[in-house]
Design a protein around this ligand. Structure first.
Ligand code: ARG
Ligand code: ZN
Ligand code: CA
Length: 271
C-alpha cells in the first residue's frame, strides 16, 4: 500500500537518580532530537543528514511521533522517567530493565534509554516473536520485551554526551535498531566470513553483497565479494559504520519494512 505510516513511540528513560537533563537522566530535548532524526532518516529529508541522492535511496514514508495518549487514554508527552535498580545494564538483564517501565507493545514502539556501558550501542527485537521466544503468539512476558534499547550516550544529537569524539552522536543507533525492529537484517547478512559471508544476503538486492561489517568511515570501500570489486554500501544505516557516514535506506529495504508493517501482526497493530 502507499501512504505515510506513523508509529507512536514511548521513550522510557531508565536513569540513576540524577537531575533531569544530566547524566543518564537525559533531557526532553535530547529525546525530541532523536525523534527528529528518525523522521529525517526514514523520510530522506532534504537539508538534513538523512538526505541522499542515490538512485536506489528511498523515502520510506514511515514516520515516528511521541505518543499523545497513554494506555489509559490520558494525554502524555510520551517520555517516562524511572530510576533504575542498577547503574549499568547488560543485554542479559533485559527483562529486569523492561519491567521497570513498559507500555503495551501492540500499540507503542517502546524505546528504553539507559546506561548500556561501553560495549553496546543498542539492541532490538525483530518483528516475529521467534526472535524473542520461539512461539508465534506472544504471552505477556514476551510482549514486554518487544522494542528497542539504546545507550543514553547514543540517543539523539543534542546533549552533553553527544559531542565530537563520540562517533555515534547523530542518533543513527536508533535509526539502525528500529530498522531491525521493522525486519531489516545487516547488509552483510550476518554470516561469518568463514561461511562464505559474501553470499549470505539481507534479502534486499539493491544492497550489494558484502563480506562482513564495515566500521569507522571508509571513504569508498573494499568489497572483495565480486570480481571486479564492487563497492559495499557503507553508508547504509544497516552497516556498522560511524553515524556521520550513514545516510541511506534503499528501495528494497523500504519495501521490506512496509511489508512487515502491513503484515506482521505485532507491527501492523502499531498503525
Ligand atoms: N551494533 C549495533 C547493532 O548491531 C548498532 C550499530 C549502530 N551503528 C551506528 N553507527 N550507530 O544493532
Ligand atoms: Zn544491528
Ligand atoms: Ca543485499
Amino acid at each position: 500500500a502507499t501512504g505515510i505510516y506513523t508509529i507512536p513511540v514511548v521513550v522510557h528513560i531508565i536513569h540513576n537518580g540524577e537531575a533531569v537533563g544530566t547524566g543518564t537522566n537525559i533531557s526532553d530535548s535530547q529525546v525530541e532530537s532523536q525523534i527528529r532524526i528518525l523522521n529525517e532518516d526514514y523520510r530522506r529529508k532534504s537539508g538534513t543528514r538523512g538526505y541522499n541522492t542515490n538512485p536506489v535511496g528511498a523515502d520510506t514514508e514511515i514516520e515516528f511521533r511521541l505518543a499523545l495518549t497513554d494506555p489509559e487514554g490520558f494525554p502524555t508527552k510520551g517520555i517516562l522517567r524511572v530510576k533504575g535498580s542498577k547503574q549499568t545494564w547488560t543485554q542479559e538483564e533485559d527483562a529486569t530493565l523492561k519491567s521497570l517501565s513498559y507500555w503495551p507493545s501492540e500499540q507503542y514502539l517502546n524505546i528504553w534509554v539507559c546506561n548500556l556501558g561501553t560495549n553496546t550501542l543498542g539492541y532490538a527485537q525483530f518483528p516475529e516473536s521467534d526472535q524473542v521466544s520461539g512461539v508465534s503468539a506472544l504471552g505477556e512476558e514476551e510482549a514486554m520485551l518487544d522494542g528497542v534499547v539504546i545507550g543514553y550516550k547514543y540517543f539523539g544529537d543534542e546533549g552533553a554526551v553527544l559531542v565530537s569524539g563520540n562517533d555515534f552522536r547523530y542518533g543513527r543507533t536508533t535509526t539502525h535498531e528500529v530498522g531491525h525492529f521493522l525486519g531489516l537484517r545487516h547488509i552483510w547478512g550476518d554470516a561469518p566470513i568463514a561461511a562464505s559471508g559474501c553470499y549470505v544476503d539481507d534479502y534486499c538486492s539493491d544492497t550489494p553483497n558484502a563480506r562482513e561489517a564495515n566500521y569507522d568511515c571508509p571513504a569508498s570501500d573494499s568489497t572483495t565479494c565480486t570480481s571486479p570489486k564492487q563497492r559495499e554500501m557503507v553508508e547504509n544505516y544497516m552497516d556498522y559504520t560511524d553515524d556521520a557516514c550513514m545516510s541511506i535506506f534503499t528501495a528494497e529495504q523500504k519495501l521490506r519494512m512496509r511489508t512487515v508493517l502491513e503484515n506482521s501482526p505485532r507491527r501492523a497493530s502499531l498503525l
